[in-house]
Write a protein that binds this ligand. Structure first.
Ligand code: KG4
Ligand code: ZN
Length: 387
């Protein structure tokens, strides 16, 4: 079974083609035939992602990326391919709000042989709706042009699946499983009693943890997305053997629930900066260090609660912030020292941030259950929940 995944929920335009066999409880295996992620650089100076700018960039880049991925997979070749005029017209209509996209897509499809793909999976949410629509409409157009069924994928499920599948086959996953999802838009704790079944048991009441990283990084003058740079600065400060001398608050550390709050932490950094203006790069690094320590402590504390409350046999950690080295190390230490029977599943750091492989994987597992979606029923769902 070959599945094409398309991801445009935020500022990464990504396409991936996989060949996968089997289901969760039968011998599952997959290989990546082609894969490409392009991160939009235009947001760097703005401190965040503007949906309409992201949409324009996706429309600009998605066909070249599709072309590169199918070429890498060696699954098509250049031939004249006549498209019936009524389909061309429908594609133009479908893509009329995506500037220049329908021309590019029709040019590509009319000069390439139809690839043997079984399913097209596309992220329908959560995410930025104008950005999501580019991927959705491209998927719908390809489905129409090539007559391939569609799956509507949940971005957060993609993050869970790619972490679940990174180390070993999914049949090794034991339940109940707790997933910690930490990204630019989400901070959630999910309980799964079974494979691909999700119940939210904790979430942030305000900012997501990635958002707190990005906003704090912005206060320190780092370009968007600031998480990786902030973490690099914190590491520099630690490497000097410097103590974490600033004590930022640990919001909701000791509450009995599994919820988070990160906006207060960002505010604490802002207030600290008002009282202690930055005088050197080392000052910035010290703040980054203190901020990161506070985040790590809160995440570890809530995960500890979630694991013991639910007697979890597996901890899955996913989302862009799970690329963060101190968070990975702290969670590994938590499992080794306090939950030695629990299995920790982390994706490779480079697969933690948004990509389309995770969407292709989700597409495969839904397609084999025949959970396809009619093209007219797929729409962007900015706040789509896991179910
Ligand atoms: O999952 P993702 O790629 O996109 C969303 O779905 O939001 O996550 C992006 C977030 C950004 O906030 C980025 O700053 C953060 O992940 N991030 C990191 C690191 N790498 C990415 N935060 C802290 N440390 C990192 N190494
Ligand atoms: Zn994400």
């Amino acid at each position: 079974m070959k599945t094409l995944g398309i991801e445009t929920s935020c500022d990464e335009t990504a396409i991936s083609l996989i060949e996968a066999d089997g289901d969760f409880d039968t011998n599952f295996s997959y290989r990546v035939l082609g894969d490409m992620t392009r991160t939009q650089a235009i947001h760097a100076d703005y401190g965040g992602v503007f949906p309409m700018m992201a949409k324009r960039e996706h429309a600009e880049n998605i066909v070249p990326i599709l072309s590169a991925v199918l070429k890498e997979a060696d699954i098509t070749r250049e031939v004249a391919n006549e498209i019936p005029p009524e389909i061309i017209e429908s594609v133009h209509k479908l893509l009329e709000r995506e500037e220049g996209l329908s021309e590019k897509l029709i040019k590509y499809v009319s000069t390439h042989e139809k690839p043997e793909i079984d399913t097209i999976a596309v992220t329908a949410g959560p995410g930025l709706e104008p950005a999501l629509w580019v991927g959705i409409n491209t998927a719908k157009a390809l489905s129409m042009l090539w007559n391939i069924p569609l799956v509507s994928s949940n971005h957060m499920e993609g993050h869970i699946l790619i972490s679940s599948l990174s180390k070993e086959a999914p049949q090794k996953l034991s339940f109940p499983a707790i997933s910690l999802l930490i990204s630019g838009g989400h901070t959630e704790i999910i309980l799964s009693e079974k494979w691909m079944q999700y119940k939210k048991i904790g979430e942030t009441r305000d900012d997501a943890v990635g958002e707190a990283f990005d906003k704090t990084a912005r206060l320190l003058g780092f370009p968007y997305p600031g998480g990786p740079e902030l973490s690099r600065r914190a590491a520099e400060h630690r490497a000097l053997g410097a103590e974490d001398s600033i004590n930022f608050p640990r919001p909701m550390l000791n509450t009995n629930d599994l919820d988070f709050s990160f906006s207060g932490l960002k505010t604490a950094v802002r207030i600290y900066l008002e009282k202690n203006p930055i005088q050197s790069e080392d000052d910035k690094n010290a703040i980054a260090h203190a901020f990161e320590d506070a985040v790590v402590e809160v995440l570890v504390s809530k995960v500890r609660k979630a694991l013991s409350k639910n007697q979890a046999k597996t901890l899955i950690v996913g989302g862009g912030v799970s690329a963060n080295a101190p968070i990975r190390t702290a969670l590994k230490e938590l499992i080794e020292s306090e939950f030695p029977e629990t299995n920790l599943m982390l994706s490779a750091p480079e697969q933690a941030t948004d990509n389309a492989l995770m969407i292709a994987l989700s597409g495969h597992f839904h397609a084999i259950k025949d959970e396809h979606t009619q093209p007219n029923d797929i729409r962007a769902e900015g706040t789509r929940q896991l179910s």
